[in-house]
Design a binder for this molecule. Sequence first.
Ligand code: 13P
Length: 331
Amino acid sequence: MNHDLGSIATALVAKGKGILAADETVPTLTKRFDALGIQSTEESRRTYREMLFLGAAEFISGVIMYDETIRQKSSGGVPLAQLLSDQGILPGIKVDTGAKHLAGSSDEKITEGLDGLRDRLSEYRGMGACFAKWRAVIRIADGLPSTACVSANAHALGRYAALCQEQHLVPIVEPEVLMDGSHTIERCEEVTGVVLHAVFQALFEQRVVLEHMLLKPNMVIAGEACSRPAKVQEVAVATLRCLRRHVPAAVPGIVFLSGGQDDRTATAHLNAINRLPGPKPWNISFSYGRALQDPALTAWHGRDENLKLGQQALYHRARCNGAASLGTYTD
Ligand code: 13P
């Protein structure tokens, strides 16, 4: 495998492929398991991740893991990172330590994890990771986001990305404008533009090489409680317009998060974006968590006899999203 950062970044957005985000923390995955009555243990989480990792190599270029997972071995005794690379899938790792309350703000968060990051990156690199992820969250509400929240999170993303490149990992830069709330699609476009502008300014200040990173943004979408939900075509047009205005052409790929959209909607949006005419200087694909995993988790339901069904569910959704990344998906 070619380990230069440019090759890894472009391999992650190879035609017809995208990323599986399987990097939920233990508490988050436990919440997802609880909702279906599945017991969350180190062993059940490993079984679930192994099922996913063996399920979709054809359409998955890379997998983002959580710290617990990258240290685990498959049922056959193979480190899970190696299980991925043996199938030609690039292993990735979530390296932030979570979004914490932002000092002096009413209801906003700052993502932490910069202290000691250089050493952690070096350790993950030694375990086979080729790329990393850091997620910042921005909430829209009356008077929010604050400038303090946007600039602190953008700065942290810049520091993280520069450290990744120094340690020979491709950074995935994820500024997520949440879809929680009743805001309109227009407001989401405005805030997403402000956030992307701040993030690329911070990346520039920290001397991040844009050719050696990927952007993982939200789509431009109305808040889930908005009285005027946006149509698929509206989301596609607003999202591409916003990205064209704010994302330099040197970035090789844009991989969307799903952010709470259901699996079919997330696929339809990605497909519609890729079908739009006009310049798209980056490959546009997916780095979905819930929208890829939910059907597989439901089909598996914690039972060994359902492992095949879980893999089939993941395979189907990954194939749909692979097609959507080419704009060739048909419902
Ligand atoms: P969702 O697609 O469920 O938003 O997860 C993607 C992700 O990696 C969030 O950090």
